[in-house]
Design a protein around this ligand. Structure first.
Ligand code: TXA
Ligand code: MG
Length: 344
């Protein structure tokens, strides 16, 4: 299959490109498109065969459910049933935006979208290209992140092509995504609202509206029914091995670590904040990737950094976490998975 790439400017959306993409979706094909979090790999969420195509293209295990993307809260009742009042309140407060709600699955959504569960994940993305595509398609769009299974998510069209060129019909290139990490996944089907995956909306923000919100323990989010959840720790993985440290305070220890690896002949990559790069004269022999000045910048550039250091051919990648509030807890979640749960 030849993957067509169409450039779409978010501020001046070309209608013809959106129509071409929407036609592919309606015909049961796959289109990758930008959202404010990461690129999604979209298919008609009401078409089980089209959704099957997503699993095949990504080599995603059929046990991992997919998020349904809608153009507005008014579509919620076509996706879910028994919608609790707090879902409407959350939609009102945080949509469009990086919050995914888990609700009871309605009859229009085939079981494979939800990996056989009776729940469904729904969100309304804020990106104008995503919104235009869903509206033009006239159907809800099921879309996981547009990467091969277990690879870092794609935050540019180039990343999508790195993983999926020749496997999907089209990529809408709307430039780099702004948040860079995926949406917060919030389960509203139990007694207590539970964050299954930290993401673009912080738990502190959710708590303002949901004082009883809790967070699921790290590492179990991807599939609670999995028999060996340990396997699921591997996610967002670069090809290189990760050396993960807790926070910025471990900066010195990190530099010592890079030196040791270099001495035994390994090629070393390191993800650093701009001010950290300014502090070191050189990280001897290491490939340095600048994540930018703030934790928000680090979130935005994290997946690009992992992919870029892989491309430079390093054997190990050094990185550290940030304070675990705000976006810091989502960054830590992704880093921990990239490192398969191992912290130095
Ligand atoms: O920001 C995002 O959420 C991006 C963009 C494209 O919207 N999408 C994304 O999809 O990250 P994906 O498939 O990479 O991650 C979806 C997460 C997975 O952890 C999945 O297990 C969980 O949401 N999920 C989906 N449906 C679920 C359900 N019914 N119950 C529990 N978890 C669910
Ligand atoms: Mg994903």
């Amino acid at each position: 299959m030849n993957t067509q790439v169409l450039h779409v400017q978010p501020e001046a959306i070309d209608r013809a490109s959106i129509q071409a993409a929407a036609a592919i979706i309606r015909a049961g094909g796959l289109v990758a498109f930008p959202t404010e979090t990461v690129y999604g790999l979209g298919a008609n969420a009401t078409d089980a065969a089209a959704v099957e195509g997503i699993f095949a293209a990504k080599q995603r295990p059929a046990t991992d459910p997919i998020i349904v993307h809608i153009a507005g809260p008014e579509s919620l009742s076509q996706i879910a049933i028994d919608i609790p009042e707090r879902a409407w309140q959350l939609a009102h407060a945080f949509w469009p935006g990086p919050l995914t709600l888990i609700l009871r699955r309605g009859p229009n959504i085939p079981a494979n979208v939800s990996a056989g569960r009776d729940t469904v994940a729904v969100r309304m993305p804020a990106h104008p290209v995503a919104q235009a595509l869903i509206t033009a398609a006239g159907v809800p769009i099921a879309a996981p992140s547009a990467n091969m299974f277990s690879r870092p998510s794609a935050t540019t069209a180039a990343h999508v092509l790195e993983d999926l060129n020749g496997r999907i019909a089209m990529v809408l290139d709307g430039g780099p995504t702004s948040i860079g990490l995926e949406s917060t996944v919030l389960d509203l089907t139990g007694d207590v609202p539970t964050v299954l995956r930290p993401g673009g909306i912080s738990i502190e923000k959710l708590r303002e509206l949901l004082p009883d919100v809790t967070a699921r323990e790290q590492f179990q989010e991807t599939d609670i029914s999995a028999e060996s959840p340990g396997q699921l720790i591997r996610h967002y993985s670069p090809r290189a091995e990760m050396r993960l440290y807790e926070t910025q305070r471990d900066f010195k220890k990190m530099l010592m670590g890079t030196l040791q690896e270099t001495l035994i002949g390994k090629r070393v990559g390191i993800l650093l904040m701009s001010y950290e790069i300014a502090q070191v004269e050189s990280v001897d022999g290491a490939e340095v990737f600048d994540l930018g000045p703030t934790p928000e910048d680090a979130a935005k550039h994290l997946f690009a950094g992992l992919r870029e250091l892989d491309a430079r051919g390093v054997d190990v990648i050094f990185a550290h976490g940030y304070a675990r509030d705000g976006i810091g807890s989502a960054i830590w979640d992704r880093l921990l998975r990239a490192a398969e749960g191992k912290v130095q």
